[in-house]
Design a protein around this ligand. Structure first.
Ligand SMILES: Cc1cc2nc3c(=O)[nH]c(=O)nc-3n(C[C@H](O)[C@H](O)[C@H](O)COP(=O)(O)OP(=O)(O)OC[C@H]3O[C@@H](n4cnc5c(N)ncnc54)[C@H](O)[C@@H]3O)c2cc1C
Length: 415
């Protein structure tokens, strides 16, 4: 009898877990209330971030915290009503971002990140030439307004190169103008991370991986993961086509994972960082050659198949609160000053939620108090990057193989 698993969540993480389990002979069913890749994996920046060896910390400088507290920046927006519920996880996030703890946590983050390009390439090549063509070797650029902000970033980049082989080149104003001739602003410094892949359509990549899984015998079903129940020694869910049972279950519900696991007594301090996007055409013959994050502007501009994708920073809000895209409204005029953007291509912005844990590391492994249940969630700013690496690691653990990195830092019971 093949081993069987129900995977809850058809985002980049769940689909990647499915592929790696299928490779090991598992009978796999992926359940989602929507089609694959329609959660956070749909509308992100599309970067496969080989450079992101250091995770995104909570700001530690009082000046910066006070700036965000005013709730008027483009980088961070919050719903005041959500703050009481977020206070504890954010305090732990702040605590974990202190230099010594951050250093230790970064090691475990980097251990996964350094594998991201090979792991994506392997899946994309198996998925076929159209999928592989979505992975563009463009890298991405961060622009700096002055030497004071550039210097520490350069020092960190040099560390990333020395310790983890991260590739980059430092650009001055002339170098930046040569690389991006249609940018209307000048910046004295930029870092061009040269390793990352820029995916021209993140949703299409998840769909290509999902199609590959279906070709290899994996099944997909619509349904609500909240129907999960114990069934003998295994697990059962209700799909649109009726109940399905399996010996094991994988919770890959992104920002919604804790809502399910807490019903079974496991309540990780998962919180969301929401983000928005809209697409724009470029007027005349203007072209954006690379994804660009302008540090002073606090948003990203990504050249995508659908147009230039303007993606915003972080919004703290309740998971089910209606969208409040004020950061997009603040960013759009600044983006127009940077590039000759045409009309927005969507009337309503897209919104997604980065699933975050206070120590900046995902949960990958068995879930406490839930025999036969495994977690793969909490990948924060790099879930699109880390889906395939996570899929491989979790499948190795489930199949009893030697994991390719030590798994202790991602243990679900660490909170
Ligand atoms: C603006 C923005 C930009 C980003 N840019 C990048 C980037 O450039 N690179 C990068 O690596 N990462 C980026 N990220 C982060 C990345 O998108 C996420 O970390 C990643 O998509 C998480 O993948 P996931 O599979 O865990 O979750 P999701 O993609 O959210 O998948 C979870 C799935 O669970 C399903 N689900 C939830 N509840 C239920 C339920 N009750 N029943 C059934 N199904 C359910 C959802 O429908 C969804 O399909 C960005 C995120 C945002 C918001």
């Amino acid at each position: 009898m093949p081993r069987s698993a129900i995977i809850l969540g058809a985002g980049m993480v769940g689909v990647s877990v499915g592929l790696h389990l299928r490779q090991r002979g598992y009978d796999v069913l992926v359940l989602d209330r929507r089609d694959p890749g329609e959660g956070a994996s749909f509308g992100n920046g599309g970067l496969i971030q080989r450079e992101a060896v250091f995770p995104t910390p909570f700001p530690r400088e009082l000046k910066e915290l006070l700036r965000f507290a005013g709730n008027g920046t483009r980088e961070v927006h919050y719903h005041p009503t959500a703050l009481p519920g977020l206070a504890l996880p954010l305090l732990r996030y702040w605590w974990n971002s202190a230099p010594a703890r951050y250093e230790a946590l970064s090691l475990a983050h980097a251990a996964l990140v350094v594998t991201c390009i090979e792991e994506h390439r392997a899946l994309a090549q198996a998925a076929g030439p159209a999928a592989d063509a979505l992975l563009r070797p463009l890298g991405w650029m961060r622009l700096f307004a002055d030497a004071a902000s550039f210097r520490p970033a350069l020092a960190k980049a040099e560390r990333a190169r020395a310790e983890y082989g991260v590739g980059f080149r430092a650009l001055d104003a002339a170098g930046l103008a040569a690389a991006e001739p249609h940018l209307r602003i000048s910046r004295p410094h930029a870092i061009h991370w040269t390793d990352p892949l820029s995916v021209s359509d993140p949703h299409a990549l998840v769909m290509a991986y999902a199609d590959l899984l279906a070709r290899e015998g994996g099944r997909f079903a619509h349904g609500d993961a909240m129907t999960l129940a114990r069934s003998g020694a295994g697990w059962r869910v209700t799909t649109a086509a009726g109940p399905v049972e399996a010996a094991e279950v994988v919770v890959a519900l992104g920002a919604h994972a804790a809502a399910l696991t807490q019903r079974f007594g496991y309540a990780p301090p998962l919180f969301g960082k929401r983000g928005y996007h809209k697409h724009y055409g470029l007027t005349g013959n203007a072209v954006l050659h690379h994804p660009v994050i302008d540090a002073p502007a606090g948003f990203a501009l990504m050249p995508m198949r659908a147009g230039v994708r303007l993606t915003t920073g972080i919004e703290f809000a309740a998971l089910d609160a209606p969208p409040t895209p004020v950061q997009l409204a603040r960013a759009e005029p600044v983006a127009r000053a940077m590039l000759p953007l045409g009309e927005a291509r969507e009337a309503q912005p897209w919104m997604g939620v980065r699933p975050c844990l206070p120590d900046m590391l995902p949960v990958i492994g068995p879930l406490p108090g839930m025999p036969g249940a495994w977690g793969a969630f909490g990948h924060a700013h790099q879930g699109f990057t880390l889906g395939p690496s996570t899929g491989r690691l979790l499948a190795e653990m489930m199949a009893g193989e030697q994991p390719f990195v030590p798994v202790e830092p991602y243990r679900a019971g660490r909170f």
